[in-house]
Design a protein around this ligand. Structure first.
Ligand code: HEM
Length: 328
């Protein structure tokens, strides 16, 4: 009797385990999720982005950051695109006020909707757009997994909680990434997204004028670079912008690591990489990656990892016609 009960339990465990595998398999992202349902969607997205970037090359940086800020808050579910009448959505949070590219995603989505109504998620379009932003900046062309679905919850408080601070040290940054199941290496590699784009004076003026609260400058800043920054980023003029990779600001390359290694990192979080022996070693290694093979391969892997954070798949979430609907 006992033996029979034991066998039944074992069979049940096997069945439940098998069901979990099936459910798990359903819930996976995959390459070419839209191959059958919306063939050519990735080319469609890339063609639309090509014309968007032709009008505004700076949007490449904007769209790369947009995907990151989406993924870190509630996962890569396009919750950053959602609007709130009460200004309580993710996009209303302070770090998101300088995020750019919402209209570009909406324009791409409109093109995709015309061809494949209610089939392709905003979250997948954002992941493809980040990939294409890197590609059109002379970076690597990597394959993006698809099959994400869109969330319909967006909370300002979660954005404040989950986005890493611009003056975070390596321990702090590693923690923010770790919470999202991303590794220390992902953090050091993905920080190099700052090879593109700009930061506002408000994001780094403390390093120039009030580093410890005593009206001092960050001693780790190269003095000549600091002087150059101070000429543009004057106290009270917090809206001016500076490139984060002063060497090659619009090219996706290892200029970011060269800038960091030369103590010419714009943000405290970038400069902090040098203070950690392992992160610093990677920074120096990448400065010598002249053919960019290692950097590009590492970046592609970490972008795919980031694109998996907290995704909604299968029957979770929704596919909506426009990305920026109002949720309150
Ligand atoms: C490691 C932690 C990170 C911190 C603390 C951080 C912080 C920041 C800050 C403060 C800015 C400038 C905002 C402004 O003043 O306008 C910025 C810009 C940017 N970030 Fe990050 N970031 C981090 C990681 C990432 C990651 C993982 C990516 C993408 C994979 C990314 C992509 C970008 C891009 C492309 C810009 C330039 C945006 C533009 O030109 O509009 N960042 N980041």
């Amino acid at each position: 009797m006992m033996a029979m009960a034991g066998a039944a339990v074992r069979r049940m465990v096997v069945v439940v385990a098998a069901m979990m595998v099936v459910v798990g398999a359903e819930a996976q992202l995959q390459y070419g999720f839209y191959n059958a349902s919306c063939p050519g969607v990735e080319e469609m997205v890339r063609a639309e982005l090509k014309s968007i970037f032709a009008n505004d090359t700076t949007l490449r940086a904007g769209l790369l950051r947009l995907h990151f800020h989406d993924c870190f808050v509630r996962g890569c579910d396009a919750s950053l695109m959602l609007n709130s009448h009460n200004s309580t959505a993710e996009k209303d949070a302070d770090p998101n006020l300088t995020v750019r590219g919402y209209e570009a995603i909406e324009a791409v989505k409109a093109k995709v909707e015309a061809a494949c109504p209610l089939l392709v998620s905003c979250a997948d379009i954002m992941a493809m757009a980040a990939r294409d932003a890197v590609y059109f900046s002379d970076g690597p062309l990597y394959q993006v997994e698809t099959g994400r679905r869109d969330g319909n919850v967006s909370k300002l408080a979660e954005a404040l909680r989950d986005l890493p601070p611009s003056d975070g040290n390596v321990t702090v940054l590693t923690h923010y990434f770790g919470v999202k199941n991303l590794t220390f290496k992902d953090m050091v590699v993905l920080s190099a997204a700052h090879t593109l784009g700009v930061a506002h004076c408000s994001s780094f003026s403390k390093r120039l004028y009030n580093f410890t609260g005593a009206g001092d400058q960050d001693p780790s800043l190269d003095p000549a670079y600091a002087k150059q920054l101070a000429a543009v980023c004057k106290p009270g003029k917090l809206a001016s912008v500076e490139p984060m990779d002063p060497l090659t600001p619009v090219k996706f390359d290892n200029g970011y690591y060269k800038s960091v290694a030369a103590h010419q990192a714009l943000l405290g979080s970038d400069a902090a990489l040098l203070d950690d022996s392992l992160a610093g070693a990677y920074v120096r290694l990448m400065t010598n990656d002249t053919n960019l093979n290692t950097f590009f391969a590492d970046f592609a892997v970490s972008m795919v990892n980031m694109g998996r954070v907290g995704v909604l798949t299968g029957t979770d979430g929704q596919i909506r016609a426009t990305c920026g609907i109002y949720v309150d």
